[in-house]
Design a protein around this ligand. Structure first.
Ligand SMILES: Cc1ncc(C[n+]2csc(CCOP(=O)(O)OP(=O)(O)O)c2C)c(N)n1
Ligand SMILES: [Mg+2]
Length: 341
């Protein structure tokens, strides 16, 4: 019986073309994102960093999506909760800590943007803006470039369900649909937009909106990493075949307050949050790996120790790193020519 169970579980990731090594790697990134997040919450409370926006409860979906893309070619436009995603495409805990501490060496923005505003030319992570959803038309622009230049990359963009009500989302979708562009548009529906629950934001499903723009929309269980992986992979295959965009709505739950400046118990109950912890994606993925015979508690403890060390080193490095110099304030803001900086 046990052996049979093992075969069933195993075949699920193998059927999707994922090796044992790849699913173990996915779990490592989920754990790294989770521990990074937990440390940031502590650092903020200790007064070491100013602010943190948490991605707790969304990591499994984020990492799975990254693994379904071509991390050597595609362009990424993640949103502020996507720590799991950016770690899986090549950012390090140190890079992210430098951003949290707003230090000069922060590769995202030299310590200028708020944390969660990811950007890396090397990793093709397109720098994000604070107004939510501006990244959707930007992603569509990258997809237009792929089509015009006949290149085989796609762009991948994420945002929250609240943000899907912004005009940028609709304009981006429309242009992408008309021009059949290779873009994957993924909504991380975590049930809240700050204090507003999903039923007060949306009259229907986000995924159904794709119909009006002429491309497929799918709703997936965002706490099931393999389901997300399959949907993103299929969307990428379609895009590369020239069949255009896909909208994916991944269902999950925001387990943390909106940010470190929010008291979520002013608008939802502790019981509701506790109930949702039972279904979160990282624990579910761990259970899958155990069932597949790939994981056990000893391995878990080793991984936690390794990840904690990585985060400790990143924290110490970022804490001691220099702040940007005041005289560098205008760097990257204006063109550095004609005797200017
Ligand atoms: C255009 C714009 N309006 C309002 C805000 C303030 N704001 C920041 S995050 C947020 C909630 C977004 O909710 P959702 O899209 O569901 O994403 P989540 O934070 O839940 O991941 C709001 C209203 C903003 N940044 N930009
Ligand atoms: Mg939301």
């Amino acid at each position: 019986m046990k052996e049979q169970k093992r075969m069933t579980a195993n075949s699920r990731h193998e059927q999707l073309g994922l090796t044992d090594g790849q699913v173990l790697d996915m779990y490592k990134y989920m754990m790294l994102a989770r521990k990074f997040d937990e440390r940031n919450l502590l650092l903020q409370r200790a007064g070491k960093i100013n602010f943190h926006v948490s991605g707790v409860g969304q990591e499994a979906c984020q990492v799975a999506a990254a693994f379904a893309l071509d991390r050597e070619k595609d362009y990424f436009l993640p949103y502020y909760r996507d720590y799991g995603f950016v770690l899986a495409v090549g950012m390090t805990a140190r890079d992210l800590m430098l951003s949290a501490f707003a230090k000069a060496e922060d590769p995202n923005s030299g310590g200028r943007q708020m944390p969660g505003h990811f950007g890396s030319k090397r990793l093709r992570i397109v720098t994000g803006s604070s107004p939510v959803t501006t990244q959707v038309p930007h992603a569509v622009g990258f997809a237009l470039a792929a089509k015009m230049q006949k290149k085989d990359f796609v762009s991948f963009v994420t945002f929250g369900e609240g943000s899907s009500n912004q005009g940028d989302f609709h304009e981006g979708c429309n242009f992408a649909g008309v021009n059949k562009l290779p873009v994957i548009i993924m909504c991380e529906n975590n049930q809240y937009a700050i204090s507003i629950p999903a039923h007060k934001q949306l009259g229907g499903k986000v995924s159904d909106r794709a119909l009006g723009y002429g491309f497929p929309g799918v709703r997936v269980d965002g706490n099931d990493a393999l389901e997300v992986y399959a949907a993103v992979k299929e969307a990428r295959d379609r895009a590369i075949r020239g069949e255009g965009p896909t909208l994916i709505e991944a269902m999950m739950y925001r387990l943390s307050p909106h940010s470190t400046s929010d008291n979520d118990l002013a608008y939802r109950t502790k019981e509701e949050v506790e109930e949702n912890w039972k279904n979160e994606g990282v624990a579910r993925f761990k259970a899958y790996l155990i069932e597949a015979g790939l994981w056990d508690e000893n391995k878990e403890q080793d991984l936690i120790a390794q990840v904690n060390l990585e985060i400790k080193e990143a924290t110490e490095y970022a804490d001691q790193a220099p702040f940007p110099k005041p005289e560098d304030t205008l760097r990257y803001v204006y063109a550095e020519n004609e005797g200017g900086r």
